[in-house]
Design a protein around this ligand. Structure first.
Ligand SMILES: CC(C)(COP(=O)(O)OP(=O)(O)OC[C@H]1O[C@@H](n2cnc3c(N)ncnc32)[C@H](O)[C@@H]1OP(=O)(O)O)[C@@H](O)C(=O)NCCC(=O)NCCS
Length: 147
């Protein structure tokens, strides 16, 4: 059975893998991707990497910026592994992590092209904070999952 693990980014190697995956899969390798964005370093935000058999394959940031839910941001699976069930493992581990944190709700700004992915896990449209829909989240669909 393939081993998947979701861990908080820690070492220099892990930060490099985290930024490499996000820059490519979400920012189209843009020079404007900011590795030092202050949100990465806020105490209530957790930059996470998912490992498959010890290799970094996916990213998510878990932001505990609202008191009743976890916001998941910049969800990305390495392109050579997309469509093979890796995103499913990522969501399973995210939900497990959020439950362990004592929370019962996940919020996301879903890219139009990823709405179907979130629907697979029973996320539903929910305009939880329309003020967020600018920048990379422009045209996103706000969704939530309660469990
Ligand atoms: C969206 C993403 C995270 C999904 O990861 P993945 O590894 O490709 O997903 P999986 O192969 O595990 O698919 C899980 C399920 O979701 C479905 N699914 C995955 N991507 C989908 C999509 N874009 N639209 C509709 N359904 C999708 C799959 O069909 C699968 O359903 P099944 O279990 O019935 O077969 C990944 O494709 C990705 O990183 N995309 C680029 C970045 C991005 O758009 N991130 C989301 C930002 S909000």
């Amino acid at each position: 059975m393939t081993n998947f693990e979701l861990k908080k980014v820690n070492t220099k190697f892990e930060w490099q893998a985290y930024h490499r995956i996000r820059r490519k899969e979400l920012f189209d390798n843009s020079r404007h991707y900011d590795e030092n964005h202050p949100d990465e370093f806020k105490a209530e935000n957790e930059p996470m990497l998912m490992f498959m058999e010890g290799e970094p394959v996916a990213t998510v940031r878990l932001d505990k910026t609202v008191d009743y839910a976890m916001i998941i941001r910049l969800v990305a699976v390495r392109s050579d592994l997309q469509g093979k069930g890796v995103g499913k493992e990522l969501m399973r581990l995210i939900i497990e992590h959020v439950k362990n944190a004592g929370l019962h709700k996940i919020l996301v700004n879903a890219r139009i092209t990823a709405v179907g992915y979130y629907e697979k896990f029973n996320f539903a449209e929910d305009p939880w904070n329309p003020d967020e829909l600018h920048g990379i989240a422009k045209n996103s669909v706000q969704m939530s999952l309660t469990f």
